[in-house]
Design a protein around this ligand. Structure first.
Ligand code: NDP
Length: 323
């Protein structure tokens, strides 16, 4: 079968299209015929060797994908060959066939295409945990969504609106802000607006925003502290700037701010939290209240270009690769 293989870490073009043996599912695993792979910023960081955990090479990227169950390993129960599922926490998605632990499979809500199913798990579960589990967002509150036209950003806007929150969306271009408005953002601001701190505070009645989903990091983290309301909650979800941030804990005192980290990989094994998230998200997807935003779609051989386009901030929604 064809697969993208990384033998040394670096920029996206270290990935090579190769002919490799089809993987065999081990105990507790299933094999999917991959229909679509959702590309996350984390995949780009992992290939670069800059992710939260060490990337071991050689490997095939692709942690979020959807497809049809093609074979099941020993001890797997309740998963039928021929069913369409999404996998969150599988491995090697950028290939014609990929393995996933049976425990990492997520049923695909009816009516979703393969691409939408692949675009769903990471962004929406992260948005839910950011807004609800950790952010404790309540209807009527304001939330700041950064990188608002991206995969997580579009999911966060839709979910925040479904929860009754007001949204300030920030992104780097007017076109991206247009998408944020289409999805329901109440106030939109260019990421480089020179008055952005003042404007965010003003949007929330001059008091600052009670909830911030922080994904850019670097020098921007300091600004988030300035945008936060008294008793505000900043949920640190990413560092797309790839720059170090300076956090001086005493600065949190000024507005009684709480800073909380969120990593989906270490939340997913918590069965109760995952059940709560799925219970909240499934009806919203089924009713069309939230719709995974499919970004540009590429073939397997164009994987490096897809990764580079994410780094170059050219994409909106979830970038999809179809093997
Ligand atoms: P996106 O589709 O949002 O793409 C990344 C976006 O980051 C870009 O479109 C760009 O939007 C923004 N960005 C801001 N500054 C930079 C920069 N210097 N270089 C490149 N991009 C920049 O990706 P994802 O939805 O996959 O991820 C968004 C963020 O959320 C990432 O930081 C990611 O690591 C994090 N994340 C974390 C998870 C977790 O479990 N903690 C789970 C999912 C995502 P713009 O041009 O508008 O600024």
């Amino acid at each position: 079968m064809r697969a993208m293989v990384v033998e040394r870490l670096g920029p996206p073009d270290v990935m090579e299209l190769r002919e490799v043996p089809r993987p065999e599912p081990g105990p507790g695993e299933v094999r999917l015929k991959v229909e679509a792979v959702g590309i996350n910023f984390a995949d780009v960081l992992a290939v670069a060797g800059e992710y939260l955990t060490r990337t071991r090479v050689p490997y095939t990227p692709g942690m979020e994908f959807a497809g049809v169950v093609d074979a099941v390993g020993e001890g797997v129960q309740g998963v039928e060959v021929g069913t369409r599922v999404a996998s969150l926490g599988g491995r090697g998605g950028l290939a014609e066939y990929a393995l996933s632990p049976a425990a990492a499979l997520i049923p695909v809500p009816q009516g979703l295409s393969g691409a939408q199913a692949a675009a769903f798990p990471v962004s929406y579960f992260t948005a839910y945990h950011g807004l609800k589990t950790l952010g404790r967002g309540e209807a009527g509150e304001w939330v700041l969504v950064q990188a608002a036209a991206g995969a997580l950003g579009t999911a966060s806007i839709q979910l925040a609106k479904a929860m009754g929150l007001h949204v300030v969306a920030m992104a780097s271009t007017e076109e991206k802000l247009g998408l944020a408005r289409d999805l329901g953002a109440d106030v939109t601001l260019l990421q480089d607006d020179p008055d952005r701190v003042k404007k965010v505070r003003e949007a929330a009645g001059g008091k600052g925003v009670p909830l911030i989903l922080e994904v850019v990091g670097g020098a921007r983290f300091q600004e988030s502290l300035e945008m936060a309301a008294n008793l505000g909650r900043i949920i640190v979800i990413g560092n797309a700037s790839r720059e170090p941030a300076n956090l001086r804990p005493v600065e949190l005192m000024k507005r009684n701010v709480t800073v909380t980290g969120l990593w989906l990989s270490s939340l997913m094994p918590d069965a109760e939290l995952t059940r709560q998230a799925a219970q909240a998200l499934t009806p919203l997807v089924a009713s069309g209240q939230v719709t995974p935003q499919i970004g540009p779609t590429y073939g397997l051989a164009e994987s490096a270009r897809a990764f580079q386009d994410i780094l170059d901030r050219k994409t909106t929604g979830k970038v999809i690769i179809e093997p």
